[in-house]
Design a binder for this molecule. Sequence first.
Ligand code: SF4
Length: 228
Amino acid sequence: MNLKELNSKSAEEILDWSSKEYSGRIALASSFGLEDMVLIDIISKLPQPISIFTLDTGRLHEETYTLIDRVRSRYKLEIVTYFPDSSSVEKLLREKGFLSFRESLENRKECCRIRKVDPLNRALKELSAWVTGLRKDQNVTRNDIQAVEEDKDHPPLVKINPLKDWASGDIEKYILKNNVPTNPLHKQNYPSIGCAPCTRSVEPGEDPRSGRWWWENPEHKECGLHQK
Ligand code: SF4
């Protein structure tokens, strides 16, 4: 199968193909949002494993940690956890305080780099491919996603995006049908969950990602993990 043909395949077929094509060198980067929970459920049913890792920024909600433990016990899967470099965090806090990310875009990106991007780069060093929960309709920055695409920020890796064509209603239907565990914050109007101080609930009808870094313009709302 060529990569273009994969664009018309189901999420299960894309993941099944990827688990064989990149055997032992592929992982899901999970923040345990709704899309990631769908992917974990599908991955748990594949004949060939895809490993799962997460980035613990040190600023996550307690509900997220509780969900991670539920995933461990329900699916019997290992969750590999990457932390930020402790000396970089200590330096940031010593020089700029605990909430520097609210003061400027530059400071916010610095915090995301230390707590997310650098640990992600360490995780990706071991891999040839990584699975993401990106969907086209999540953000203006995400409308051209392919099932398998070069990761221009981390060559020669490829990104696997099995849910690229799913709408939020498709995600909800899958979760209900398969009784997939989810973060209770979603029921409190948190459609997208990141770090606790950078995430808030949204009003009905608002852009689902408007609760992330709500003080910034929409075109800046990427944390550096999925830049174009
Ligand atoms: S989301 Fe907020 S707290 Fe988390 S790494 Fe980025 S700026 Fe820092």
